[in-house]
Design a protein around this ligand. Sequence first.
Ligand code: 4AD
Ligand code: MG
Length: 460
Amino acid sequence: MKYLRVIDLLKQAPGEEVIAKGWVRTKRGNKNVTFIALNDGSTINNIQIVCDTPSFDEELLKQITTGACLCVKGTLVQSQGSGQSVEIQANSIEVYGLADSTYPLQKKGHSMEFLRANAHLRPRTNTFGAVFRIRHAMAYAIHKFFNDKGFCYLHTPLITASDCEGAGAMFQVTTMDLNNIPKREDGQVDFSQDFFGKQTSLTVSGQLEGELGAMALGNIYTFGPTFRAENSNTPRHLAEFWMIEPEMAFYEISDNMDLAEEFIKYLVKYALDNCQDDLLFLNNMFDKELIERLQGVINTDFVRLTYTEGIEILTNSGQNFEYPVYWGVDLQSEHERYLVENHFKKPVILTDYPKDIKAFYMKLNDDGKTVRAMDVLFPKIGEIIGGSQREESLEKLQKRVDELNMKLDNLNWYLDTRRYGSAPHSGFGLGFERLLLFVTGMSNIRDVIPFPRTPKSAEF
Ligand code: 4AD
Ligand code: MG
């Protein structure tokens, strides 16, 4: 008798004696026959367990309720019903764990809000099982993509003393007693007494250290959690999210765009090729255009245009945007989505943004006003990737650091890459959960990460 996971049981030919283990999704039947739908998370599909009701103890059958965990022994047989090829004719059932009527995920459909409040149990639903299997598949595909291209996975620190994006949205890391904070003579906090002897935070991006890696190993990528204390309670922002950041020596901005486009198409195709059952479920349940939209992306060239051209299109659009559009403004998601969904009807890469709305490290263009930035904008999402060619000139970079009043003593190590053997290089950051929003068709970013962290919410 062999134990197999449901995904493998469903591929077996009938005839074998098997063991199945999993959680009860539904039970129905009568005094002659009982049907149990069992799921173990290995696939969206359940295995049907068929019991000859009279030959099972009545008390045992009563314990088999939605949410209970079972170990079933029986014979794999051709299914009589539609919807599955094989089912298990049960000989014996052991109840591993009961689930009484207080189990929150009873049969009926639940709102996404209710499931979010029950994030400890929601992986047991069809929807979240599908989303988290796709999340896993995408993580694997990301490593495969870069490994196949010879990129080196570089682990960048999560605790840092520098603010990469300069947006000031950092979570402080401290072991100081908040009720008794040591102060210097001038009244300022004395961070020299803190754990690291200086002020530290959780990182908003691994890029700065990634650049150090690229200036030695050539092509690297990071893939890890990042933290932003921005008070953005939107369906696209998390306080803790995962980011993939490749950084490449000798890449110009156009090489960077080519890689970003190839990368996203690879991931979307990987999902279409490897997550069919889950995508089909999400397509049918939530978003009837999901699969079509995914196919659309892999079969289309992304539009490339400058920020300035984008602003022109937006100002001539005749649209009444909530946030006004003018040259120099940071684009809002409504603007990005207008370009992608209404104007071009395909993904857009916007380049050459005004330097004042972008981070200090981006390469200054000859016009002295814009930087060699690139944002990839996607339907339903807006910005999915942000990247740039980096300023490789020590002089220009130092000038920018001074203009922005950044603390040089925290950045000297970074400037060393420009002091010693500087080189043209580029990179970008893909928000993992933004990618998952696109691939799964979910509409709230809280529903593509197992345990979301957002303002005023850090449950589980
Ligand atoms: O555009 P961002 O801020 O770029 C950087 O951090 C660069 N250092 C990346 C690089 O060049 N190596 O962030 C990159 C991406 C965004 O395009 C978005 O997809 C995602 O990270 N992102 C968020 N995702 C979820 N919640 C948030 N609060 C996010 N902020 C950014
Ligand atoms: Mg950005």
